[in-house]
Write a protein that binds this ligand. Structure first.
Ligand code: ZN
Ligand code: ZN
Length: 338
């Protein structure tokens, strides 16, 4: 028993050390990610894009993808994820903000048509002692409670902060544009990659980007495209099920608890795949227009994080009773990926 406790303490110490290293190394990952994205864009626009046919037609979408990539990356790194003790985010104005399709009294919030928005219950955080609404979790690295906490993201794409209510949309769109841009670089830059490694008869390399830099960028693009595509698919699957990364893990435990009782666990935040996705991206006839997915614009989330859309007739999840919900301590003991 004593031995097990020592091993557990040792693991906890290693975990804390890992958090400290992650927190300290975060800014370097961001720097590295910016350098890699810049080299990738330079490689594409100086080596690949000049050889594309119908350049007047192919250049605008390429520029749009690059703009989206850099802008969503900037937003996901700089927009606070939404801390439980902060004032609710207010809609901004200016060129970088999209206008809602139809102005409602709240300006940009989800209308109540067919959707039940219920005020979230609150609990005291055992770490910081402050009250936070349902779906908020305490981040060990940030040391604060984050609204609709998904995960703290230092790796592998270098965000260096939490992904939560206010920046989760930018996180997912950044991954989507990263997959798109690396996919096009990998497909369209194939012949130049063969040229750069000397597998063609021409020894001519008339580009600004050095051959070695291009080869490395190309190889990295292929790897990132596959890896981030898997991550993106995983996230989109979770969004379609109405779950954050933490909730997806918690719900597996809840399903087991409910099953042991002969009950079924039902996630009350799951309003059906299409509604869940539209809520996440906050698009629809009485919300924001669809083009906010392809233009690098800011929009408001459908909620301020203090109330949530729930299934009709549900006040809470089915199959899990009060007091059975996992806490951040339980998550830290094996379920948290933060
Ligand atoms: Zn907290
Ligand atoms: Zn964090």
């Amino acid at each position: 028993m004593l031995c097990a406790r020592h091993v557990f303490r040792c693991f906890k110490w290693l975990e804390r050390a890992g958090d400290r290293i992650t927190g300290a190394a975060g800014p370097y990952f961001v720097g590295l990610a910016v350098i890699l994205q810049t080299i990738g864009a330079a490689s594409f626009f100086t080596v690949i894009q000049p050889s594309l046919p119908l350049r007047w037609l192919t250049t605008p979408p390429c520029v749009l993808i690059a703009l989206n990539l850099f802008t969503h990356y900037y937003y996901v790194c700089t927009l606070p994820p939404g801390f439980a003790q902060d004032e609710a985010l207010l809609p901004g104005s200016g060129r970088l903000w999209a206008s809602p399709s139809q102005r409602t009294s709240a300006g940009v919030r989800w209308s109540n048509r067919g959707i039940t928005l219920l005020t979230a219950s609150t609990t005291a955080c055992r770490r910081c002692g402050l009250m936070r609404p349902e779906r908020a979790h305490h981040c060990r690295i940030c040391g604060r409670c984050v609204l609709k906490y998904d995960h703290h993201c230092p790796l592998p794409v270098g965000i260096n902060q939490c992904v939560g209510l206010n920046n989760e949309r930018h996180f997912v769109l950044f991954m989507a544009y990263l997959v798109l841009s690396t996919f096009f670089l990998s497909i369209l830059g194939y012949s130049q990659a063969l040229e750069a490694v000397g597998l063609t008869y021409s020894n001519n390399w008339p580009y600004v980007v050095p051959q070695l830099a291009y080869i490395l960028t190309y190889m990295l693009s292929v790897v990132i495209c596959i890896a981030v595509f898997i991550m993106l698919s995983w996230h989109l699957w979770g969004i379609a099920r109405g779950e954050t990364t933490v909730e997806a893990q918690d719900h597996e435990v809840y399903k087991r608890i409910a099953r042991a009782r002969g009950d079924n666990f039902v996630n009350s935040f799951d309003l059906g795949k299409s509604t869940n996705l539209r809520l996440f991206f906050n698009i629809g006839p009485d919300r924001y227009p669809w083009y906010t997915l392809i233009l690098p614009l800011r929009i408001m989330p459908y909620t301020d994080g203090r109330s949530w859309a729930r299934r009709e007739g549900f006040q809470r999840h089915q199959g899990i009773q009060e007091g059975e919900e996992l806490t951040d301590d339980d998550d830290d003991d094996g379920n948290d990926d933060a």
